[in-house]
Design a protein around this ligand. Structure first.
Ligand code: PMP
Length: 839
C-alpha cells in the first residue's frame, strides 16, 4: 500500500461489501451551536431591532444605523457593475428563471365517476432569502434563491445578507444582483439573527412565510429551530459537499480542482474523491496538494480537507455509487468511463454532474437549477430548492349529482363513515340522497363548469426582473432636489390658460399632430439652428422622458444596444432596458469628463443604435464641448447609430448641440418645459431632429398622445420667452453666488452649467479619502466613509428642512449631494443650513 502524504485522507474500502458505519462524516458539534442559536432566537424575538443591531455589532463587527439597504444604494450598485459581470449575472438570472418556469407545471384536472379533482398552487405572500456574506460575496446565491421565489409568484421577496466587515456595507455586487432580480427589500443582517428576524418579525422587518437559502451551521440550525413557525425546506442547506467519482479516463487535474472547488467555501464541508484505481487516488491527491498550494483560499480549503477531505478506494464503479448513496452528497460528479450508464444507480444526491466537461461550478452559477441543495445527508429525503418551496398546493374537489347514483362513489363514503362510527359524515351523504329522492330541491347541481384556473402570466424577461424608477420625496420647506424651476410661471400665464380653456372643444380629440405647438417651438429654437427649423423637425410629448422612451422604442429594442457615459441620468439606461435593449456603459474620467478615446472606441466596439449624451450632464452639471460632440457624432454615424443629446438643462449652458442639427446628420436634441419654462407640472418635452427621425417617431407615439390642455399651455408658455430668459439669467447668477459660497465651505464641487450643483461635503474621513483619491490610494473603506458622511450631511440638511438630492450611494459619487438652484432666499437657507451642518 502506498503511503500518501495527504491533503486528502485515504480511506481504503477495497474488499468491503457493507459500507454502513464505515464512512466518516465531519463531526458537527450540535449541542453547543444549538444552545447559542436558541439564545439568539429568543433575544431577537423579544427585543427586535435592538437585538439585531447588537448581534450584528458583536458577530459581524458592523454598527448598523439602517437595517434596510436604501433604494439609492441598490440602484448605484447596479450602475457601478462592470459590464462583463452584469452580462454574466443577467445570463444566470435568465437561465435560472427559465428553468424554474419549467417547474411551474400546468394545474392537474382530472375526474370521472362524478368526482372532479383539480389541483392548483398559490405562492406564499412573503419569502425571505438568506444570502451568506461573511467569507465572500455571493450574488449567485441571491439569484438562486430570489429568482425561483419570484418565478413562483411570491409578491414580497426579501433578502438578508450580512454586511462586509471592512466596509460596513453589503457587497455592491450582491446588491446589484438583487436589483437585477427585481428585489427591493434587502437587509444588512446575517447569521442566526437574520433567520430570527425573518421568522418572528421585528419593528423594521416584517415576518415572512418561507425562509430559504444556505448558510453556515448556525444559520442552518436556526432555520431548523424556526421550522414550526415558517416554511423551511427539508433540505439542510449547510456547508458545501462534493463527491467526485473518477477514473483514469479523466485528467487528474479535473478531478482535483472539482474536489477543491466546493472545499474553498470554508470549513465543515465534505470533499471526497471515490475511485477504484489506486493510481487515480494518488494522482488526484497530489494534484489537490499542488492546486491548493497556489490557491488564495488555501485556508478555507485546508480547513475543509482536514476534517472532510477523503480519497476513497473501492473495488468497482458500482461500489463507488453505493458509497456515494450512503454519503448522499450535495454535489456528485461522475468523471469516469460510461458515466451516463452509472446515472440509474444514483439514489441520493442533490445535484449530479455527468462527464468530464461538467464541473459543479456550472451548476453553482448558470446552469439554471438552484444551487441551494441538501447537505449533511439530507439528500436522502430532500431536494434542491424549487418553486415548490414557495408554493402551496390546493386540491379542489367537486362532486356531480351522478356520484349519488346507486353504486356511485357516494355509497363508498357512507359505508366507510359508518364503519368508523362517524354518523355526521355518513349523514352528509344520506341527506343528499334523500333530497334527490324527494325531488324537493329540483336539480341543485350547478352546471358542471370548469372554474377558470388562475395562472399568472409572465412579463417579458427583460422586464420581470428590473425595478421601477423612483426618487424619494420628503416633506420640507426648501425643496432643492429635482431640478425644477423655483418659481411658478408668470402670473399672466395662468389667466391666459384659463381663457383658452373656455374655447377648448372638450368633446373632440386634440390635434393629433400638435401642429400649432410644434410650429411655435420650431420658431423659438430656429435661431440656434443654421438651416432653420419647421414643425417637421419637432416632436412633442409628455415630458422629455416620453421623447426618450419613444426614441428607444423606435431605434432600440431586442438585439440592439444603447451606450451611456456614466455617471449620467439613470433613466436613459432604464428606458432602454424596458424596451429590451442591451445597455453598454463608458465610465467618465475621475473629474467626470468624457474620455473621448474611450468613448469613440466603445462606439466602434458596441455599435450602439443609440448613444445618449447628456449635456449639461445630470448629475454632474458639466457640458460637452462642441468638438467632443462632433467627434462622438462622427463615430456614431460610422456605425449607423443615432446620437441623442439630452439638453434638459440646455438653456443654462453657454453652448448647445442644437447648432449641429442638419437633415443629413444623425443627431437629435431633447429639451423640456420642466426646468426653464417653470412648467414641470405640465409634463411637456420636445425633440429637435432631422425630419426622418420625426417620421419614425410618429409610428411609436400613441394617437392623440398629447392632450389639448398641454398643447394650449405649451403654446402660451412660449409667449413669456423674455421673462424666462431673465429667470435663466437670474438662476445663472445664483449659480455663481452659491458656487462661490460653497468654495468657502469644506466641500468639493464640480463646475456646473446647469441649474444645479454637484458637491461633496468633506468630513474628516471624507477629507482623507479625497486626499487619497488625489494621490490614487483611496481605499474602499474611505469611499464607504465618504458615502456615510454624505448621508449624514443630507440628513442634517433635511433636519433643517432643506432637501437636496442624495447621490452619496450612487456609483462614482460616494459622499456627493446635488443641490438645485432655488430662489435667492432658498439658496441662502440652503447655504446657511449647510454651513451649520459642516461646522
Ligand atoms: N433628462 C434629464 C437629464 C433630466 O434630468 C430630466 C429630469 N430629471 C429629464 C430628462 C426629464 O424631464 P421631463 O420632465 O421633461 O420628462
Amino acid at each position: 500500500m502506498t503511503t500518501l502524504i495527504l491533503m486528502l485522507n485515504l480511506l481504503d474500502l477495497r474488499g468491503v461489501t457493507d459500507f454502513t458505519g464505515r464512512l466518516p462524516r465531519p463531526s458537527v458539534d450540535e449541542e453547543g451551536p444549538v444552545e447559542v442559536v436558541r439564545g439568539i432566537l429568543s433575544e431577537v424575538q423579544s427585543r427586535g431591532d435592538q437585538a439585531l443591531r447588537e448581534f450584528t455589532s458583536r458577530f459581524d463587527g458592523v454598527e448598523l444605523s439602517d437595517l434596510r439597504v436604501s433604494a439609492e444604494e441598490m440602484q448605484s450598485a447596479l450602475l457601478s457593475l462592470a459590464p462583463e459581470l452584469r452580462k454574466a449575472l443577467e445570463l444566470a438570472r435568465d437561465r435560472i428563471a427559465d428553468h424554474h418556469r419549467s417547474q411551474l407545471q400546468e394545474p392537474v384536472d382530472h375526474g370521472g365517476d362524478g368526482v372532479h379533482i383539480r389541483s392548483y398552487r398559490t405562492p406564499v405572500e412573503r419569502a425571505g432569502c438568506y444570502v451568506p456574506g461573511g467569507r465572500a460575496a455571493y450574488p449567485s446565491t441571491l439569484l438562486m434563491t430570489a429568482v425561483p421565489a419570484l418565478v413562483a409568484g411570491v409578491q414580497e421577496v426579501v433578502v438578508c445578507v450580512p454586511a462586509d466587515k471592512a466596509t460596513g456595507r453589503v457587497a455592491a455586487v450582491t446588491l446589484a444582483a438583487a436589483a437585477l432580480a427585481g428585489v427591493t427589500e434587502v437587509y444588512a443582517i446575517g447569521g442566526a439573527q437574520a433567520i430570527a428576524a425573518m421568522a418572528y418579525g421585528t419593528e423594521s422587518i416584517a415576518a415572512v412565510d418561507v425562509i430559504c437559502g444556505p448558510g453556515n451551521k448556525y444559520v442552518a440550525i436556526a432555520k431548523q429551530q424556526v421550522a414550526t413557525r415558517v416554511g423551511v425546506a427539508a433540505a439542510f442547506a449547510g456547508p458545501s459537499e462534493v463527491v467526485v467519482i473518477a477514473d483514469e479516463t479523466v485528467p487528474a487535474t479535473f478531478a482535483a480542482i472539482d474536489v477543491i472547488l466546493q472545499a474553498e467555501h470554508g470549513p465543515d464541508g465534505l470533499a471526497w474523491l471515490i475511485t477504484w484505481e489506486e493510481s487515480v487516488a494518488e494522482s488526484v491527491t497530489s494534484e489537490v496538494e499542488r492546486l491548493t498550494e497556489a490557491s488564495p483560499r488555501r485556508a478555507e480549503i485546508a480547513a475543509t480537507l482536514a476534517e472532510g477531505g477523503y480519497a476513497v478506494l473501492v473495488d468497482s464503479p458500482e461500489a463507488a455509487l453505493q458509497v456515494s448513496n450512503l454519503v448522499a452528497p450535495e454535489h456528485l460528479e461522475l468523471l469516469c468511463r460510461d458515466a451516463e450508464a452509472l446515472v440509474p444507480l444514483i439514489k441520493n444526491a442533490g445535484a449530479v454532474f455527468v462527464g468530464p466537461w461538467s464541473p459543479a461550478s456550472v451548476g453553482d452559477y448558470v446552469a439554471g437549477p438552484s444551487h441551494v441543495l441538501p447537505t449533511f445527508g439530507t439528500a436522502r429525503f430532500a431536494s434542491a430548492l424549487t418553486v415548490d418551496d414557495f408554493l402551496k398546493q390546493h386540491h379542489i374537489i367537486s362532486v356531480d349529482e351522478s356520484a349519488y347514483d346507486p353504486g356511485g362513489i357516494a355509497g363508498a363514503v357512507e359505508a366507510l363513515a359508518d364503519a368508523e362510527g362517524l354518523t355526521a359524515h355518513a349523514d352528509s351523504i344520506r341527506l343528499r340522497d334523500a333530497a334527490r329522492a324527494s325531488g324537493e330541491f329540483g336539480s341543485i347541481t350547478p352546471e358542471s363548469k370548469k372554474t377558470k384556473l388562475m395562472a399568472r402570466p409572465n412579463v417579458r424577461s427583460s422586464l420581470d426582473l428590473i425595478a421601477g424608477y423612483h426618487s424619494a420625496q420628503v416633506d420640507v420647506e426648501v425643496r432643492l432636489n429635482t431640478n425644477e424651476s423655483p418659481e411658478p410661471p408668470p402670473s399672466g400665464f395662468v389667466d391666459a390658460l384659463k381663457e383658452s380653456l373656455d374655447s377648448l372643444q372638450w368633446n373632440r380629440y386634440p390635434d393629433r399632430e400638435a401642429r400649432a405647438l410644434r410650429d411655435r417651438i420650431a420658431q423659438v429654437e430656429s435661431p440656434l439652428v443654421s438651416g432653420g427649423l419647421s414643425a417637421e423637425n419637432i416632436c412633442v410629448a409628455n415630458g422629455s422622458n416620453e421623447i426618450l422612451q419613444s426614441l428607444c422604442l423606435a431605434y432600440g429594442g431586442p438585439n440592439r444596444s444603447v451606450l451611456t457615459f456614466e455617471p449620467t441620468y439613470a433613466l436613459h439606461q432604464h428606458i432602454a432596458q424596458v424596451c429590451g435593449t442591451d445597455v453598454k456603459h463608458v465610465e467618465r474620467d475621475s473629474e467626470f469628463q468624457l474620455d473621448l478615446d474611450q468613448a469613440l472606441a466603445a462606439i466602434v466596439e458596441h455599435r450602439p443604435s443609440i448613444t445618449f449624451l447628456c449635456s449639461p450632464n445630470n448629475p454632474t452639471g458639466m457640458v460637452e464641448s462642441s468638438s467632443t460632440v462632433r467627434a462622438v457624432l462622427d463615430a456614431v454615424e460610422s456605425v449607423d447609430g443615432l446620437l441623442v443629446v439630452d439638453e434638459a438643462y440646455g438653456q443654462f449652458a453657454a453652448w448647445s448641440a442644437l447648432g449641429l442639427i442638419e437633415e443629413e446628420r444623425s443627431i437629435v436634441v431633447t429639451r423640456t418645459y420642466s426646468k426653464t419654462w417653470s412648467a414641470a407640472a405640465l409634463r411637456l418635452g420636445y425633440l429637435v431632429a432631422p425630419t426622418w427621425v420625426i417620421e419614425q417617431l410618429d409610428k411609436v407615439l400613441l394617437p392623440y398622445h398629447l392632450d389639448a390642455v398641454t398643447q394650449a399651455a405649451g403654446l402660451l408658455a412660449l409667449e413669456y420667452q423674455s421673462e424666462m430668459e431673465q429667470r435663466v439669467a437670474g438662476l445663472v447668477g445664483e449659480r455663481t453666488r452659491v458656487s462661490a459660497a460653497l468654495a468657502d465651505l469644506p466641500v468639493q464641487q464640480w463646475p456646473s452649467e446647469a441649474n444645479f450643483i454637484l458637491f461633496r461635503p468633506l468630513g474628516p474621513a471624507a477629507a482623507a479619502a479625497s486626499a487619497d483619491t488625489a494621490t490614487g490610494t483611496a481605499t474602499d473603506t474611505h469611499t464607504a466613509l465618504a458615502g456615510n458622511f454624505g448621508d449624514l450631511v443630507w440628513q442634517g440638511l433635511v433636519d433643517r428642512s432643506v432637501l437636496v438630492r442624495n447621490c452619496s450611494s450612487w456609483p462614482r459619487l460616494s459622499g456627493c449631494l446635488r443641490v438645485t438652484l432655488g430662489t435667492a432666499a432658498e439658496n441662502t437657507k440652503f447655504l446657511d443650513a449647510l454651513g451649520d451642518v459642516l461646522t
